[in-house]
Design a protein around this ligand. Structure first.
Ligand code: THU
Length: 131
């Protein structure tokens, strides 16, 4: 399936503008593409009890599940207006792996310098835990 990286990043960037991140002031937006062609966005949502923070990637994946998505993840785009591209945290990598199409599922990240980076889930989470 053709992956329109720039379109996904545009959606991720828009989502990052809706962030709730008053504590870290580190906005993140994510846009996840499924085999169905459906896309879902998410942004980070923080809390005064810091440990309850939800990352943008897991927010997008949760929305997909809530909306009834049954296919697998082809790609996920992440945008943060930082100096270098934001990589998904360990918890988000494990979440992506749970729903990935294959080890080749793409993770795309961009920042305010447009330093676009692309990895596979296998590169970011090798020897992953699966039941
Ligand atoms: N964050 C994400 O939303 N995704 C990531 O991949 C890394 C970190 C958020 C969590 C928190 O709100 C802020 O970025 C700083 O850690």
């Amino acid at each position: 399936m053709e992956i329109k990286f720039l379109e996904l990043l545009e959606h991720a960037k828009k989502a990052s503008e809706n962030t709730y991140s008053p504590y870290s002031k580190f906005p993140v937006g994510a846009c996840v593409l499924y085999q169905s062609g459906n896309i879902y966005v998410g942004t980070n949502v923080e809390n005064s009890s810091y440990g309850l923070t939800l990352c943008a990637e897991r927010n997008a994946i949760s929305t997909a599940i809530a909306m009834g998505e049954k296919t697998k993840i082809v790609a996920i785009a992440i945008y943060s207006p930082t100096q270098k591209p934001c990589t998904p945290c360990g918890a988000c990598r494990q979440w992506i792996q749970e729903f990935k199409e294959s080890d080749d599922t793409k993770i795309i990240s961009d920042d305010k310098n447009s330093e676009l980076k692309i990895w596979t889930i296998d590169e970011l989470l090798p020897h992953t835990f699966e039941l």
